[in-house]
Design a protein around this ligand. Structure first.
Ligand SMILES: CC(C)(COP(=O)(O)OP(=O)(O)OC[C@H]1O[C@@H](n2cnc3c(N)ncnc32)[C@H](O)[C@@H]1OP(=O)(O)O)[C@@H](O)C(=O)NCCC(=O)NCCS
Length: 99
């Protein structure tokens, strides 16, 4: 878990794990997972999210993973832009229907 702090105030956090055996394709490769990323709304658009992702990628690289998986909601444009700027690409589509 990585915590972003400014002047003693926590303004965001992100979590990454080196082991991600649950995906059938990724079980054949050393894979990592970024499971959480949140930045305080008062501190957004100043690069905090970017720094947190950089910390996660550095940790996963040092852990020897070759692929990194994460989940993001289709309509979450800010997060998708951020992840795409780091080279993440859509990988599979989940479908949902309300009854
Ligand atoms: C997604 C989130 C973590 C981004 O954090 P942030 O600190 O504002 O991001 P940064 O300032 O580091 O922005 C880096 C890049 O992300 C993209 N981005 C961030 N916010 C954006 C927005 N509102 N609209 C479009 N692109 C955005 C941009 O490409 C941006 O680069 P730029 O500022 O040079 O254009 C933040 O909006 C958040 O906490 N959202 C709610 C939680 C969430 O959705 N988490 C991800 C779940 S998977």
């Amino acid at each position: 878990m990585f915590v972003a702090e400014t002047k003693g105030v926590v303004v965001g956090y992100a979590g990454a794990t080196v082991d991600n055996p649950f995906h059938p394709i990724l079980t054949r490769h050393p894979a990592g997972y970024i499971g959480v990323l949140v930045v305080d709304p008062d501190y957004r658009r100043i690069g905090v999210g970017k720094k947190l992702i950089e910390a996660c990628l550095d940790y996963l690289r040092r852990g020897g993973v070759k692929w990194i998986l994460l989940h993001v909601l289709t309509e979450n444009a800010p997060a998708k832009h951020l992840f795409e700027s780091f080279g993440f690409r859509p990988f599979r589509t989940e479908m949902i229907k309300k009854l």
